[in-house]
Ligand binder design. Structure first.
Ligand SMILES: *[C@@H]1O[C@H](CO)[C@@H](O)[C@H](O)[C@H]1NC(C)=O
Ligand SMILES: *[C@@H]1O[C@H](CO)[C@@H](O)[C@H](O)[C@H]1NC(C)=O
Length: 355
């Protein structure tokens, strides 16, 4: 009897393991290979060698990029260098990359580890840059004022909150207010493994303002990129390991109601909303295995999707760019300006293309 019970338990454990293996491989889309989709003219951006994990382009063509992310378990080409915020002026013919100096800071620059970024421009045209930072694997949001003439960032404040233990991306809705996606990735190595391997859908979305902080969505399998529609009525959230983009209606009290979800065959990372058309441009990882288990001989691919008419019954999804990692590894974000596409990556380079 004991022997039978033992065998049954072993069988159950094996079944659980097999099930879990397959769901883990499915969540990481482990068997996907890309079919190349090229653009007429692309070149790698000089001066970006260690990632441009997130980027945002202002309506005047100035682009901010976060570079040098140190992400537990993920490749870094500059593991001993602090992260930085870079600036490009996309009005230039061959835009140069400039590192923005951080001034008057109470920041510990050697441990600066920038991740998601977002800008907010107020009615006096002051540009605030909000940056998710992971000093010593904690999570903070750093608020900077952009000083265009000086080409510098004036550090204004550091925001931390118990509802923001492990932030991935933010979208600013005021100089000190934002929506943030939260996972467990930076908070705790054990929780990280559970989140990654078991898919317990522990991620949430938090609205933060100086007077109110609230959870506005939860139960997500690694909430990642977040964006807001041009009219400010909808919030888009990428659920990385479920391969979904969710559309939420945003209410006056900042809560969100789920309207619809779109499914993809790729790990959807950052979302940029096209400032002219309102289309979504999404940086994706076709095969997540290659991102989380880096092998230079079999590098992670890059893929950029464009989603048009997302609110209608028939959104149009186009693969705008796809490449097996020989040129560009691990795309996270893509954004457009005047017929050009700028693509960033977790730890590799950035690509600038003509559409
Ligand atoms: C926020 O507003 C929505 C829509 O008006 C409402 O359904 C919801 O109950 C409100 N939630 C809170 C917490 O006030
Ligand atoms: C990727 O594609 C390039 C060009 O199409 C090809 O030469 C290369 O062998 C491919 N690499 C892998 C790892 O599939």
């Amino acid at each position: 009897m004991a022997k039978l019970l033992g065998l049954t338990l072993m069988g159950l454990a094996l079944a659980f393991y097999r099930n879990h293996q397959s769901s883990y491989q499915k969540r990481l889309n482990a068997f996907r290979e890309v079919t190349p989709v090229e653009l007429p003219s692309c070149h790698l951006v000089k001066g970006i060698e260690a990632g441009a994990e997130d980027l945002e382009i202002l309506p005047n063509g100035l682009a901010f990029l976060s570079s040098g992310l140190k992400y537990p378990g993920i490749k870094s080409f500059e593991p001993d260098q602090p992260g930085k915020i870079l600036l490009m002026d996309l009005n230039e013919e061959d835009p140069a990359v400039l590192e923005l100096e951080i001034t008057e800071n109470k920041l510990d620059l050697p441990s600066f580890n920038p991740h998601g970024i977002s800008t907010f421009t107020d009615e006096d045209n002051v540009v605030y840059l909000l940056v998710v930072n992971h000093p010593a694997f904690k999570s903070t949001v750093e608020v900077f004022k952009f000083q265009e003439k000086e080409k510098s960032l004036l550090h204004l404040k550091t925001i931390t909150h118990k509802f923001l233990p492990s932030i991935n991306d933010i979208v600013a809705v005021g100089p000190e207010s934002f929506y943030a996606t939260n996972d467990h990735y930076f908070a705790d190595p054990y929780l990280r493994s559970w989140e990654l391997y078991l898919g317990l859908a522990w991620s949430n979305v938090v609205y933060y303002s100086p007077d109110k902080v609230q959870v506005v969505a939860e139960g997500l399998d690694f909430a990642n990129g977040i964006g807001i529609s041009l009219d400010g009525k909808y919030v888009y959230i990428a659920e990385l390991l479920a391969h979904k983009i969710h559309v939420y209606e945003k209410h006056a009290n900042w809560t969100l109601t789920l309207l619809k979800s779109l499914n993809f065959d790729t790990l959807v990372d950052n979302i940029s909303v096209d400032p002219v058309t309102g289309d979504l441009w999404v940086g994706c990882h076709p095969n997540g295995m290659r991102i989380f288990f880096y092998d230079p001989k079999n590098p992670p691919a890059s893929e950029v999707l464009r989603i048009q008419n997302i609110l209608t019954d028939e959104p149009k999804v186009t693969v705008v760019y796809a490449e097996n990692g020989t040129v560009l590894q691990g795309s996270t974000v893509a954004s457009v300006y005047k017929g050009k596409l700028l693509i960033g990556t977790v730890f590799h380079r950035a690509l600038y293309c003509t559409l």
